[in-house]
Design a protein around this ligand. Sequence first.
Ligand code: DX5
Ligand code: ZN
Length: 216
Amino acid sequence: MVHFAPSILAADFTRLGDDISRVESAGADWLHFDVMDGLFVPSISFGIPVLESVRPKTRLFIDAHLMIEGPERYIETFAKAGADQITIHYEATEDPIGALLQIRECGKKSGIAISPETNPAMIRDMLPYADHVIVMTVKPGFGEQSLIPECVDKLPVLRQYEKEDGLEFNIAVDGGVKLGNAASIIEAGANVLVAGSAVFAGDIEGNTKAFLELMK
Ligand code: DX5
Ligand code: ZN
């Protein structure tokens, strides 16, 4: 099953509810919620109060992508604020498995993200505890960057681990996803596409529908 996850990092925050309604009515099924702490990544984005405001306004499945150092400190808070899935970074914690277990104990889907410099072999042992893997195809911290093509080579490797280890998980590509590269990313093994600037710049409904058409 494929999922399309618009990243609201690229939305207009003065009309966030409207922007979310647009991607939802156009047929997106997930929402990507980028949390940045100014420590794990240089930027600071948004957090709990925004999630609490968004949650009652949408039925979309919300993936909170926590680009924060020591994410275990905040898992319960994000779960209570309404995330459906919480994705932590492998590079941001001493105990990724502990964090993934904590997410599941909160009754939420668990995700693990890897930055461009991280080899998929580093997370193989953690995959049994993850429902979702985010392969970052840009350096985390900013939208509107260009996709690093070498990162896409991690997708078949992760699908191979999935098969060999008898697992099942979603794989998302996050960073620099455009209409022009979406098909090849899916071909390589992703079943979730995250896109920020390619959705929210210009015709939000039209962009969403074009992605969904491509992903069929
Ligand atoms: C980057 C974020 C991405 C970002 C993607 O740190 O994790 O989710 O919003 O934005 P685009 O699609 O513009 O590269
Ligand atoms: Zn993200």
